[in-house]
Design a protein around this ligand. Structure first.
Ligand code: AMP
Ligand code: MG
Length: 507
């Protein structure tokens, strides 16, 4: 193994007032990135700053906040920053693009957080880079706030995700279909290494750097793979397992990523790139929000299969490292790709069982049928996914709450046979109804980032410079599993006329 990550790094605790960078990616060979400075902006203004994340990173929030407008707009760089744009490739909607790269994102460095974990700090929308192609390197305020809300909402739902450290308005316009206010988003990730980063070197036949990247990814994310007799196969297995778990969790909260291109799939297993993503309101596996996803490739119910497709692209890229004999490498990689789907099934079963209150393993086939019937009931009844499961928690405690669940269906009476079958099955569980309901409330959120609430907050911010709805929404979404009396408007599905049917890329 290469020693691509140096040990003995200073931690944030050693130098609390600064950003104690330890930039391991910048120590990789030249082919991995291009050094590039952020382009200064006219009038940086701090819109949002995530103090609790700053603390998690072991940084001093007061000091950081004082510098935030400058540092997180890219107007000045914190001491020790080594700004760079990462090179990567990727399959976009199934088409391979050998050269993508950070066209508007600049990694300023890495810090070691409170738990000893290495975290990237990246400015998104900080100006053009050599990978910008025809883009301007900038981001509009709306999409920046959207990524802020959505990524923090995912984290609060206990789903692995990149995080939001800051949003800074630039005081400069960006030109899209219309002129919009510009902003820079500060993203924190356990790394920005993607499936597409591996594809970048594989497509060039650059086996040497492919190996350096794989060693770096192992050292950083899967150190246990290093001791495996086939470390690169172990890496593939580990990534596949994280992705299977991640996508099962997405489905559990009705999340639709929207652009599951291989350049938007991390090796760490964190959700990344909140462009046209959305939480589904009414349950329907065919749901698509992205205005650019015409074929429904990335529809809610396709995500597990697309996850496997992406893992297969990683497997292809890793083939030469897996075994020198190609046929042998292909067999091993195929088995790993197949294991992804088995693991997904397992993780999904855990997720949906917990959501439905089935903690004890029952007769497997009848439990599966019970869950299929529930989802069919929700689909046929056009029921709101989040609210249906949340009300099921109440019904698990007290049958008097059955009616509130049933009335979410277009034909409430259709719920009766299912509720009876479910209650009979719950009778075989050991937990008391109150315990069962409490456990269900810990996995069935009351609050998701509802599209109409997100849009309302973004409109107030971008059109009227009013950030009160943005902050209120973040506050509600920070505790998604707690009932919050007084905030019921945030728990409700959109009323007719409020529904958002399409979301747009951040570009
Ligand atoms: P995304 O759809 O955000 O995953 O981005 C796909 C590719 O387009 C990446 O290489 C981005 O860096 C690049 N890109 C997106 N928006 C811009 C922009 N405004 N300027 C330059 N490059 C961009
Ligand atoms: Mg991307």
């Amino acid at each position: 193994m290469d020693g691509t990550i140096m040990s003995g790094a200073t931690t944030a605790q050693d130098r609390p007032g600064t950003l104690p960078f330890d930039n391991s990616y910048a120590r990789l060979p030249d082919a991995f990135f291009t050094a590039v400075d952020p382009t200064p902006v006219a009038a940086p203004r701090l819109i949002a700053f995530n103090r609790s994340l700053a603390e998690e990173l072991g940084l001093d929030p007061e000091r950081l906040e004082r510098h935030a407008a400058d540092w997180f707009s890219g107007n000045r760089l914190p001491p020790g920053a080594l700004p760079l744009a990462m090179a990567y490739a990727g399959h976009q909607f199934g088409q391979f693009v050998p050269q993508l790269g950070d066209g508007r994102a600049i990694l300023i460095g890495e810090v070691i957080d409170r738990d000893g974990q290495r975290r990237d700090i990246q400015l998104k929308g900080a100006g053009p880079t050599p990978y910008s192609r025809r883009g301007d390197g900038r981001a509009a305020l709306g999409p920046v706030l959207r990524e802020y809300i959505l990524s923090e909402a995912m984290h609060a739902l206990r789903i692995p995700s990149t995080r939001a450290l800051a949003a800074v308005a630039t005081g400069q316009p960006v030109y899209r279909e219309r002129t919009l206010p510009g902003a820079v988003f500060t993203r924190v990730a356990s790394s920005h290494i993607r499936v597409g980063t591996f594809q970048f070197f594989a497509a060039r036949g650059d086996r040497e750097n492919l190996r350096v990247l794989a060693d770096h990814a192992i050292a950083r994310h899967y150190p246990e793979a290093a001791g495996h007799e086939r470390p690169y196969l172990a890496l593939l297995d580990a990534v596949a397992a994280r992705q299977a778990a991640l996508i099962a969790r997405w489905l559990g909260v009705g999340f639709i990523h929207g652009v599951m291109n291989t350049d938007n799939m991390t090796i760490s297993g964190e959700t990344i790139d909140f462009g046209p993503c959305a939480f589904m309101d009414r349950y329907d596996p065919r749901t698509v929000y992205s205005s650019i996803d015409h074929g429904g490739r990335y529809a809610y119910g396709n995500q597990p299969m697309i996850g496997q497709w992406n893992v297969a692209r990683l497997a292809e890229a890793l083939l030469p490292l897996i075994d020198p004999v190609e046929d042998k490498a292909v067999d091993l990689a195929n088995a790993s790709v197949a294991r992804y789907m088995d693991l997904f099934q397992l993780r999904w079963k855990e997720t949906i069982h917990a959501k439905t209150g089935l903690s004890e393993a029952g007769e497997d086939e009848s439990d599966q049928q019970l869950i299929r019937d529930l989802l069919m009931l929700l689909l046929d009844g056009s029921a709101d996914f989040t609210l249906a499961f949340r009300r099921l928690c109440d019904a698990a405690e007290d049958p008097a709450a059955d009616a509130a669940f049933a009335e979410l269906l277009q034909q409430p009476e259709a719920a009766r046979p299912w509720l009876d079958a479910w209650r009979a099955r719950l009778g075989r569980e050991r937990a008391t109804p109150a315990e069962r309901a409490a456990a269900m409330r810990r996995v069935n959120p009351a609050f998701i980032a509802r599209n109409h609430k997100v849009e309302e907050a973004l409109r107030a911010a971008a059109d009227h410079d009013d950030f009160s709805l943005f902050h209120a929404l973040n506050d509600v979404l920070a505790r998604p599993y707690d009932d919050a009396p007084g905030f019921s408007a945030y728990a409700e599905p959109p009323k007719p006329g409020e529904e958002i049917t399409a979301t747009f890329c951040g570009t």
